[in-house]
Design a protein around this ligand. Sequence first.
Ligand code: MN
Length: 482
Amino acid sequence: MSKARDLRQWLAHLEATGRLAVAREGVALEHTLAAIAKRLDGRQAAFFPKPGGHDVPVVSGFVSRRAWIAEAIGVEEAGLLAAFRDAAEHPLPWREVDAAEAPCQQVVIDAGIDLHALLPIPTHSEHDNGPYITAGLVIARNPATGIQNVSINRIQAHAKDRMAILMLPRHLLAFYKAAESKGEALEVAVVIGADPLTLLASQAITPIDHDELEIAGALHGAPLPVVKCRSNGVRVPANAEIVIEGRILPTVREPEGPFGEFPKYYSAQENREVIQVDAVTTRANPIYHTIVPAEMEHLLLGSIPREATMLAHLQRSFPGVLDVHLSVGGVGRYHLFVKFKKLREGEPKNVILGAFGAHYDIKQVIVVDDDVDVHDPQQVEWAVATRFQADRDLVVIQGAQGSVLDPSTTVANGTYASDEPAPPHLQGIGAKMGLDATRPVVYRGHVFTKVRIPGEREFDPGRDLQGGAAVDWAAGRLKARA
Ligand code: MN
């Protein structure tokens, strides 16, 4: 059963279990807030009262461990990918409620909008071009079908009522291009302070016209309550904290960036599309969520839905694929570890090629046997150290499409020292590397048997250790108990 019906229920649960730290009042919105949140990310959620003197508090890092995300869904960590995949395959239509039943519309501001007066928007990294909304769910409707899409996009809040947005070539951009080609703006809502499951669902890798809010409903086990925006027709999660309503304007572009992104490097300044803000609605006493770029909350929200998608994709062709993991060191995107039950020699190389084809971000694939935990990078390295030979087990593909945010791809195409970014058709070109780190199917004796001590898994400190025992070191024997 989910412990995250809305953001506050989840934050209360984290606080009650010692996983929420409260910062001193008045932490500066420029750098200091993100610096503190970064240090706590992966260990505790951080709550900032009166940040920069602002009335609205900021929270960060409340989904910064895999185990917490599983807990929010109400499953064991080992069942996390299966639970997400099940929700993506069995979406639950949302349930529309009236404005009076929607906490996110308790306060409505539709005139004299000043985003920086209304919201505590932090500036995160050293070379960022000012304050950025990093945890905004951008919701828009397909102009052709009316079906909604949800994504998280970085949004630069550079004016009182205008924001620049980065749209990668996915569903939101397709909707915008369709509107712009008719000279029209695209209606959008930017939702801040959504519950953890809706945040996770927003990152599902699904075909166009699969509404991610329906995946959120499936993760919750109940239809997600949504409400119609005040100034446009977009439906937003009714239990959210803050909603910015607006339109992405046709033909308008304004400078955006630099901004420190998930690979822990900066994206350069480029001209981007612009959201004109028409209204801001909030709870009576809203809480603002910020994601610290490239930290665990950011990486996990992206990697868990991708892992679920990769696992489903690979299992369609290779039933021996048992588990996958996008490693943290590989920024939750680039390095895929695959646990595989090999029956025939050569199969791991087919798996490697299948993974390269599944998503262009995948740059390195390591296939290991079923005695290796792919969620433990130390075990994966052990498999490479003892089961891999580079002249025999290495696959290299040259000159393929990769992530445009991987700076080494610009080294490969020679544009790293240029003031001008490479033209789009030359961005993100790089090599793919696959490592078959599986042992032979047939081997003599125990040459490839992993050493195990019978009983090691059954160790029980309560049964096997003495609490309060002390040794008399002169005697070299246990002290008598008092
Ligand atoms: Mn989509």
